[in-house]
Design a protein around this ligand. Structure first.
Ligand SMILES: NC(=O)c1ccc[n+]([C@@H]2O[C@H](COP(=O)([O-])OP(=O)(O)OC[C@H]3O[C@@H](n4cnc5c(N)ncnc54)[C@H](OP(=O)(O)O)[C@@H]3O)[C@@H](O)[C@H]2O)c1
Length: 294
């Protein structure tokens, strides 16, 4: 197995290192506070004397400290060691910082991936966990086995770091849509005198349907096939007209229901009343989604 170095042994970095060591990767580690390496050393990892020594020890180095800015500051102490090496940067930063980090790595004649760890340390090493990465395909192929050893569903999501920010936003949105749905649901219940205990008790009835929504989405949007709906966009629209009326009657906050009703109204106005509700992706998209199927 290819030797790997890990720089940064905080809650996440030490778990990345522990899992790689457990899976048989020859491992070199470095951490600003060297005492955090003690347990890994006992388990067989080598402790490097500096970040540059850690990079020199392996073809592939994972950096996992606080931020891209900190990583860069750390590596700037001896950047010449990066030439010909591959860096997987798993520290955090925004799209602009990630882009500048990737450019900086390449300017040192090194290959780089910027990754986003989408799980807690306890889930590192699991088959259904993911580290999502951006960079070029050739670099991905060099790092794929290591990243999949750390998180089985790891994937390259694009070349440009903006893809990482985009996939983050696109994954946060569905779950926060659900969270905010419950928040507005609670406000409606409150105005109607329904206790939060009663609301919490019945919520699982609606949570079950979320799986069906995923199946519907996966069966319609990728292929752009929106005909033959079990419940048409027109049915959703009528339901949301009722929800908005209920909010009004109860004087409950209605920003979220109105936003959804208005989006559905746009679908109605565009003649999609007999289509799947997911046909809104076609209506609202302005690229491949807008041009998709029927
Ligand atoms: N923990 C999570 O659940 C989780 C999940 C996804 C992503 N992440 C990301 O993983 C990265 C590490 O998180 P963590 O949970 O491991 O954090 P942590 O437990 O707070 O550890 C921070 C690590 O960064 C090092 N560090 C901080 N500033 C440094 C600097 N200026 N120079 C050198 N080393 C520095 C620390 O070294 P010392 O030990 O010397 O202080 C320590 O190794 C972060 O970017 C975080 O956003 C974490």
């Amino acid at each position: 197995m290819q030797p790997v170095s890990v720089i940064g042994l905080g809650a996440m970095g030490s778990e990345l290192a522990r899992v790689l060591l457990g899976k048989g990767y020859p491992l070199t580690v470095w951490n600003r506070s060297a005492e955090k390496a003690a347990r890994l050393q006992k388990a067989g990892a080598k402790l490097a004397a500096s970040p540059a020594a850690a990079i020199a020890a392996s073809e592939v180095t994972i950096t996992c400290i606080r931020s891209h800015t900190d990583t860069r500051r750390l590596l700037e102490e001896d950047p010449s060691v990066l030439a010909g090496k591959t860096l997987i940067e798993l520290s955090t930063g925004d799209a602009a910082e990630a882009k500048s980090m990737l450019e900086w790595i390449r300017a040192k004649d090194a290959d780089g991936l910027i990754g986003m760890i989408s799980v807690f340390p306890k889930d590192i090493g699991k088959a259904d966990s993911a580290i999502l990465a951006v960079g070029d395909l050739e670099t991905w192929h060099k790092c794929e086995a290591v990243l999949k050893a750390l998180a089985g569903k790891s994937a390259l999501v694009g070349k440009d770091p903006v893809a990482l920010a985009a996939i983050y936003a696109s994954l946060v949105l569905p779950r926060q849509g659900f969270m905010f749905g419950m928040i507005y649901g609670a406000l409606i219940c409150e105005r109607a005198g329904i206790s939060m205990d009663a609301y919490v008790d019945v919520l699982p009835l609606t949570i079950r349907i979320v799986d069906d929504y995923y199946d519907l989405f996966a069966a319609t949007v990728p292929e752009g096939k929106f005909g033959d709906p079990p419940a048409s966009l027109g049915v959703y629209h009528a339901a949301f007209e009722d929800v908005v009326k209920t909010c009004r009657a109860l004087e409950a906050p209605d920003e979220l229901p109105r936003l959804l009703r208005d989006l559905l109204q746009r679908g109605m106005d565009a003649g999609l009343s007999e289509q799947q509700v997911t046909s809104l992706t076609k209506l609202l998209g302005n690229g491949p989604l807008a041009k998709s199927g029927s």
